[in-house]
Design a protein around this ligand. Structure first.
Ligand code: ACO
Length: 423
């Protein structure tokens, strides 16, 4: 059986044979379907890319129906159990897990790019004390592009590598500076003798009057696993922003700032913050039926539920539920956990959610862990952005080296006025 699709245009009676490759037709093949020579040709209409592949990728595989997530072929469960976040970041960017020496070099390169120019502190200082840390992060990532004019050499492999080390290395520093500014505490410089997650905890929480700070190993490990789970998720909203902005060939700092802005929204990376706000608003288990009623009446969303791709339990949520137990052993149980568990139970047995295949997503439990670890709610989306940087960069690089990619520029269906004239 040939891998083709036969289309009959009932407007003209003409028939077309369109090749199918990797389970897809090329949208531009539809353009030959015309009613006349002056006809532009058939377009496909797909607001929000519900059924459009915008790229070919070898990075992340998601099977939303089966609840499967793999980076470069490796199941997320194995990576979370056996690897560090920086090994996973290397895997995403380079395609293979690093050898021992490759890993040591990679860790060294990232660790020695964690410092930021002193001027960065000045513009973080310029933000209001109550500025949202995500707003500060978007701005400071964009500003880095002005410090590294060499970053515009995006087709130079060495330059790309350097910017990748810098972005993965500096994002925890920018994130921690944003937090310290918001609570009026002195900035803490990176410590090169700590792991990636430990260093972040140190920059967040180390008192400024001492150089002695030992991050809790269990909490640092839990954070590292959370970083692995958030590192990439194929063509989500922020990754699409990274690729789209990157397709006009700016430096990666500008593209990453756009991706961070996309992640900021409550329907994407901002959801973990919204989940905790919702659980606090619910306040006690007896209020759950009322919330469920409001959701079913279409008055609100159940935050942390539902996913564009997963129509099954999000595999990341499953792993996070396990980490929660380890974290709560150190920090004490988060009082909102009981509400979350009950809410999940009620929702998963309710026809509204079952019919729509709405399951807890990665954000449903992550906020509870972050809160137990002492992170303020505003910083939750920032905790998502830190590890997603490696995924964005892997996707950005893949896009740049893909000869089929061009500047991203969708079509529209114009439904406005035909030509008219100013009276
Ligand atoms: N609560 C209640 N109903 C929901 C929810 C929800 N969280 N999510 C989807 N639905 C309903 C919709 O109202 C719709 O119902 P209908 O068929 O009666 O109109 C149906 O389920 C299908 O939902 P869509 O909006 O078509 O799903 P879409 O794929 O466009 O949206 C999204 C996915 C944005 C994640 C959505 O489920 C949502 O808003 N969830 C809450 C926010 C959230 O948790 N975001 C984090 C996502 S994970 C991440 O970004 C890391």
């Amino acid at each position: 059986m040939p891998d083709t699709l036969t289309i009959k245009d009932n407007r003209t009676g003409k028939q077309y044979e369109i090749p199918i490759e990797s389970g897809a037709i090329h949208a531009t093949d539809l353009r030959q379907i015309k009613t006349s020579d002056s006809d532009f040709g058939l377009l496909s209409y797909d607001p929000a890319f519900l059924n459009t592949a915008s790229c070919k990728s070898k990075i992340t595989f998601v099977d939303g129906d089966a609840g499967i997530l793999r980076y470069r072929g490796y199941p997320i469960e194995e990576l979370a159990e056996k690897c560090t976040y920086l090994q996973v970041a290397y895997l995403l960017v380079h395609g293979e897990l690093p050898s021992k020496s490759e890993y040591e070099q990679w860790v060294h390169n990232i660790t020695y790019h964690t410092m930021v120019h002193e001027n960065v502190k000045k513009f973080v200082d310029g933000f209001h004390h109550d500025a949202h840390p995500m707003g500060m992060l978007v701005s400071t990532i964009a500003a880095l592009s002005t410090f590294y004019p060499d970053a515009k050499n995006i087709f130079d492999e060495k330059s790309r590598d350097l910017q990748i080390w810098r972005l993965i290395g500096k994002i925890p520093t920018l994130a921690a500076f944003a937090y310290r500014h918001s609570v009026g505490m002195a900035y803490i410089y990176p410590s090169n003798d700590l792991t990636y997650a430990e260093n972040f905890l140190s920059m967040m929480y180390r008192p400024s009057w001492t150089t002695k700070y030992e991050p809790n190993k269990t909490l640092a490990k839990a954070l590292d696993v959370l970083f692995i789970l958030h590192a990439d998720h194929e063509q989500n909203c922020s990754t699409n922003a990274m690729r789209t902005v990157g397709s006009s060939h700016p430096d990666p700092y500008s593209a990453a700032a756009a991706a961070t802005a996309a992640l900021y929204g409550p329907l994407h990376g901002g959801a973990n913050e919204e989940v905790v706000r919702m659980l606090e608003e619910i306040g006690s288990v007896d209020k759950i039926p009322e919330i469920i009623r409001q959701v079913k009446d279409g008055k609100r969303l159940l935050m942390g539920f539902g996913h564009r791709v997963y129509k099954n339990y999000d595999p990341r949520a499953r792993i996070i539920k396990k980490i929660a137990d380890q974290v709560f052993e150190v920090t004490g149980r988060n009082r909102l956990l009981d509400i979350a568990l009950e809410l999940e139970k009620v929702a998963l047995s309710d026809d509204y959610f079952v019919k729509r295949k709405l399951y807890p997503n990665v954000d449903f439990y992550s906020g509870l862990i972050y809160q137990a670890m002492g992170f303020p709610m505003d910083i939750f989306p920032v905790l998502f952005a830190i590890p997603r940087m490696s995924g964005w960069l892997a996707q950005w690089q893949e896009m740049l080296l893909d000869h089929e990619q061009k500047i991203s520029r969708p079509r529209q269906i114009y439904l406005g006025y035909p030509e008219r004239h100013v009276p």
